[in-house]
Write a protein that binds this ligand. Structure first.
Ligand code: CP
Length: 314
């Protein structure tokens, strides 16, 4: 594997999920692979899970890590070609990416969308600039539109907990107080569409995901109908794709125990961080059906599988 930007970089999704399980079973079995190799982690936005689990994954493979909170600790980066840089942005991404690439063997980048201009966000300018100018493999640690490390984790978690071979998985839009990216949900749909599981996406009218990512999923505007008979409920808020970046006011879309009772004793999943009693009730979060902690814990093994796949091709 050269880069890990989306599911399209995974040569074989089930094999990559199996590799993540292999890393979990034997975390230190490949310590020699990353010896004297450096992973540079660049954060343009906050992170708890991605930051710690990716560092841990690299350490398990014998790598050194350098972490930078770019927007706080470095120069503001210009991304436009031909820009006259007489404003607040002191460095062009062309130089920044090339210089950081010269210090590191693999780069990982987190860069969220602005949620104002859909066309601009969906161009993935920051991520693509690091691919183009760093000269090194790049891992997407959540970009404007996708979060593939999260999705690989999600598939590993579903594989561990599934009780039937073909599970019904419901990705449900949930309420939130501020506009959030579509990245986790786009990516989750894209990855589940590479499995044999049934995917149903529940979203209020106007909050449907891009059809490019929803793919073959059934899309329903009725949450109760969607939840009927589900084996997994994945709750996530996202802002509107159609009315780009706008939020919707549907507090009744919260996942509570009454909704979970519509399912086949479904497991509850969320990528975290989650706002309790806005997105999901305490009762669900604190129940035995909630597997969000196991899910977050699996982030290490997903990142380790991806790093392993990149390192073995370096
Ligand atoms: N799920 C996830 O990516 O968590 P962080 O934003 O804390 O990294």
């Amino acid at each position: 594997m050269r880069n890990f930007l989306s599911v399209n970089d995974a040569p074989n999704v089930p094999e990559l999920v199996a590799k993540a399980a292999q890393m979990k079973a034997n975390p230190f079995g490949f310590e020699a692979l990353g010896r004297r190799k450096t992973l540079g982690l660049l954060f343009f936005n906050p992170s708890l899970r991605t930051r710690i689990s990716t560092v841990k994954a690299a350490q398990n493979l014998g790598m050194e890590t350098i972490v930078m909170n770019v927007t706080q600790d470095s120069w503001q980066l210009e991304t436009e070609d031909g820009a006259v840089m007489d404003g607040g942005k002191a460095e062009h991404v062309k130089e920044a990416a090339a210089v950081i690439g010269s210090y590191c063997d693999v780069l990982a980048v987190r860069s969220f969308p602005g949620l104002v201009d859909r066309e601009e966000d969906y161009q993935e300018k920051i991520l693509q600039a690091f691919v183009q100018y760093s000269g090194k493999p790049v891992i997407n640690m959540e970009s404007a539109t996708l979060h593939p490390l999260q999705s690989l984790t999600d598939l590993l978690t579903i594989e561990e907990f599934k009780k039937v071979e073909r599970a019904k998985i419901v990705l449900s839009w949930a309420p939130h107080v501020k506009p959030l990216p579509q990245a986790v949900s786009n990516s989750f749909a894209q990855w589940v569409n590479h499995t044999n599981h049934e995917l149903v996406i529940a979203a209020p009218e106007g909050m449907e995901l891009s059809t490019e990512y929803a793919g073959k999923a059934e899309v329903l505007n009725d949450q109760a109908v969607a939840l009927d008979g589900a084996h997994f409920v994945y709750a996530k808020n996202w802002s509107s794709y159609q009315h780009y970046g706008q939020i919707a006011d549907h507090p009744d879309w919260i996942i509570d125990q009454t909704k979970m009772n519509l399912t086949q004793e479904a497991f509850f999943m969320h990528c975290l961080p989650v706002r309790r009693n806005v997105v999901v009730s305490d009762e669900v979060m604190d129940s035995d059906q909630a597997i969000h902690i196991q899910q977050a814990s699996n982030r290490t093994w997903a990142a380790q599988a991806v790093l392993h796949s990149i390192l073995e091709k370096l």
